[in-house]
Design a protein around this ligand. Structure first.
Ligand SMILES: [Zn+2]
Ligand SMILES: [Zn+2]
Length: 331
């Protein structure tokens, strides 16, 4: 079978690989589509990955069952959470796999068939398209949805999203759907246009104007109630603290290393709350599905499709920030 291999330094290969064999509690999925996540760009630009494939957002049909798997049938349509819990702890009992200390990450999904944990498969109802399914079960919508639960307070009326790649755009979509006033900040004009199409009231191009001044100008000088860092960059993180109102909330969605923050200046004297939000809880699939059925236009996040044979073009377009959510097709 064919699998994608991120070889590093911008090289993407499609190679033949051995068929995956399911262990106890695992299944093999025949892939319909997979989605590229911004977090893969480190491996794409850098030294690649040992196994070459970090795909962690995919949907398909169950093709093989490992030992002891019940509740799933061959041919069943599923979306998969790449993070699978141990199944035995208090967090797993509540579907909070990301909090489980025994969790496993299944990053092997940009392939014609892939391995998944049976307890991390969501059955996809018949009316749900593959495109909707991959967003509802991957982190493309999962992170914005999980974030929305943490900033649900009604006083959070204006939300500024710094960086409108796929995760930032998902935040724009979800927050606008919830009735909030959205300010999208980025340096790529086409992404800002997409943000407006998804519900942003304002688009700020940070390559043309100081984004902190712009956010303050749009909020009577006070700053946004919530600033979401979705670019994974130190300067954007600092801009979020500068653009949030006193008593407001900064959310970290973008992965990055250490940055320099002062407890006094950034937190204490302005009463700032900073929170992290990673992936989504397995148990949040139901509520996300309900939001989708109530009109959340999640498939608008997808702008590009590529067959697996053109995976290199998919990564090239995505890394050049010319696409939003980017899909690889296997049939
Ligand atoms: Zn991801
Ligand atoms: Zn567990």
């Amino acid at each position: 079978m064919r699998t994608v291999r991120l070889a590093g330094k911008g090289i993407v290969q499609v190679i033949e690989a051995a068929e995956p064999a399911p262990g106890a509690g695992e299944v093999v999925i025949e892939t319909a589509i997979s989605a590229i996540c911004g977090s893969e760009l480190h491996a794409y630009h850098g030294d690649g990955l040992p196994q070459g494939n970090n795909g962690h957002e995919a949907v398909g049909t169950v093709a093989r069952l490992g030992e002891g798997v019940t509740g799933l049938a061959i041919g069943q349509r599923v979306g998969v959470s790449a993070i699978a819990g141990c199944g035995n702890c208090v967090y797993c009992a509540k579907g909070q796999y990301t909090w489980c200390s025994g969790r496993k990450f299944y990053g092997n999904m940009h392939a014609e068939r892939f391995l998944a944990a049976a307890n991390a498969c969501h059955s996809l109802p018949d009316g749900i398209s593959w495109e909707a399914g991959v967003l509802l079960t991957g982190d493309g919508l999962g992170v914005p949805y999980h974030t929305s639960k943490k900033i649900a307070a009604p006083e959070n009326r204006t939300v500024a999203v710094f960086g409108v790649g796929p995760i930032g755009l998902g935040n724009v979509l979800v927050q606008a759907h919830l009735g909030r006033r959205l300010i999208a900040v980025d340096i790529v004009a086409s992404r800002l246009e997409t943000a407006k199409r998804l519900g942003a009231a304002y688009a700020v191009n940070a390559s043309e104007a100081d984004p902190v001044e712009q956010v303050r100008a749009l909020t009577r000088g006070e700053g946004a109630d919530v600033c979401i860092e979705a670019a994974g960059r130190p300067e954007t993180a600092l801009a979020c603290f500068a653009a949030v109102r006193t008593g407001g909330t900064v959310v970290f969605n973008g992965e990055q290393g250490a940055i320099s923050l002062s407890p006094s200046d950034h937190f204490i004297r302005r009463d700032i709350t900073a929170i992290g939000a990673w992936f989504y809880h397995f148990s949040e699939f139901g509520p996300m599905l309900e939001l989708y059925r109530n009109g959340l236009r999640i498939t608008d996040l997808i702008t590009h499709h590529y067959p697996i044979g053109e995976a290199a073009s998919a990564y090239e377009t995505f890394s050049a920030r010319r696409s939003a959510k980017t899909i690889i097709d296997y049939h």
